[in-house]
Design a protein around this ligand. Structure first.
Ligand code: 5GP
Length: 205
């Protein structure tokens, strides 16, 4: 039987750059992770493609997916839209021995932690609160009130750091990617994962 893949969960506060780091990881040729494409009810942004960036659904369709247990691993409402992870894809891909990569917000990551504690939970942290505010402001889409809301939400999200296994500061995108790849490599080399293979070898000898 093939060894199951790892479920890698990259999460962190709004505005920290999760999407940018994820895109950088997947733009590298030797990436061995399978990206789990999320389902969302938000409208596609310019250039986004259905089935590539997200599966874009209506609220009705999304709610039907919840009822039909298609989003059992996690789903969350975030800034007025639903986001969720298709559980069948994740389960099947892990069974094929491949590592699955989720890039999701904090509420969803906490649900995955409950449903799937053997996952690898990586918290992407901002270099500082002022830098985080800077990033939210330079996105340019928020009013002052909303920026304040986002900052308060981000502070509450940073307090959730305790639920994660590793913390990676996003000061430089390439450095953050290198650290994430190193964490995954180390996880694969954990004695608990490697030892059964050797035990089997000894049985055959
Ligand atoms: P955006 O609308 O900017 O693409 O994503 C908004 C937020 O939703 C980001 O923090 C992103 O990480 C998160 N997100 C994307 N897909 C999922 C998902 O399947 N589940 C959850 N809980 N969050 C998601």
């Amino acid at each position: 039987m093939k060894e199951r893949g790892l479920l890698i969960v990259l999460s962190g506060p709004s505005g920290v750059g999760k999407g940018t780091v994820r895109q950088a990881i997947f733009s590298q040729q030797d990436t061995k992770f399978e990206y789990s494409i999320s389902v969302t009810t938000r409208n596609p942004r310019e250039g986004e493609v259905d089935g590539v960036d997200y599966f874009f659904k209506s609220r009705d369709e999304f709610e039907r997916m919840i009822e039909n247990n298609k989003l059992l691993l996690e789903w969350a409402e975030y800034v007025g839209n639903y986001y969720g992870t298709p559980v069948d894809y994740v389960e099947q891909t892990l069974q094929e021995g491949k590592d699955v990569f989720l890039e999701i917000e904090v509420q969803g990551a906490l649900q995955v932690r409950n449903a799937f504690p053997e996952g690898l939970f990586i918290f992407l942290a901002p270099p500082s609160l002022s830098e985080l505010k800077n990033r939210i402001v330079t996105r340019g889409t928020e009013t002052d009130d909303l920026i304040e809301n986002r900052m308060n939400a981000a502070k509450a999200e940073i307090e959730m750091m305790d639920a994660y296994d590793y913390v990676v500061e996003n000061d430089d995108i390439q450095t953050a990617c290198d650290k994430i790849n190193a964490i995954v490599l180390a996880e694969h080399l954990k004695r608990e994962r490697v030892a059964p293979r050797y035990k089997k070898m000894l049985e055959v000898e």
